[in-house]
Design a binder for this molecule. Sequence first.
Ligand code: NAD
Length: 261
Amino acid sequence: MSLKGKVALVTGSTSGIGLGVARALAGQGADILMNGFGDAAQIEALRAGLAREFGVRVAFSGGDISKPDQVAAMVAQGHAELGGVDIVVNNAGIQFVADVVDFPDEQWDRVIAINLSGAFHVSKAALPAMKAKGWGRIINIASAHGLVASGQKAAYVAAKHGLLGLTKVIAIEMANAGVTCNAICPGWVLTPLVEKQLAARAKQDNCSVDEAKRRFLAEKQPMAQFSTPEEIGATAVFLCSEGARTITGAPISVDGGWVAQ
Ligand code: NAD
């Protein structure tokens, strides 16, 4: 159990990739501070289930990562309840799809506030203690859309490109402090975020959801398969390992060849 004694804060871990990453880190013995939105009873069941399955301590914060005061309270909760925050996975994110000319201003602000500024607020709050300890890991869940663009995703693509910039700056600032900062850039992963887009596509093309899945993959990925939250989790575990000690400021693609083209 390579991460026993470490505490990981995974934002947006009530669903999808974040939950997969939290499970993978817990599987290596890390205590977990879960975060995200959802039904209170379902979240409590996830929290208790994670603790029971992996024999680790698991706390939960419903803090909104776009609100700096709530982020500060969440990081303080990690210190008070779990004894620190050694690993941050900036995962929480949302999507909104529209042409630039039709893109609602408030949706642009919302996507940037959560997908980009949220990662800044959480990193800013967690870094001082990591630096003082001489060990830390920041892992930003960016996207293939941090490296290349698609139409109708202006705010998302801008936020994810920005997140890669933030990743590099933190990596440089922390280079000799024992703290690394990297980004994982997934392609398609079947989660509620993508299921919403698949349903919209099936409706638009008047086809089945299975056919929409095939089209999504065929348009973007040489590998005609979705990645899984478990696979993103396995990459996060590797980035936390001592073997990854000198990997910093790097975008790591887990995308079935999306950006190789
Ligand atoms: P998801 O919708 O399943 O999960 C998103 C999580 O973020 C949920 O737990 C939600 O409650 C939480 N969240 C949303 N707004 C929040 C806020 N303001 N504060 C705190 N938590 C908040 O989505 P997912 O597909 O698992 O996406 C997770 C991350 O992975 C996102 O950053 C997304 O951009 C990225 N990503 C996803 C894919 C994919 O194909 N699914 C591909 C590349 C990148």
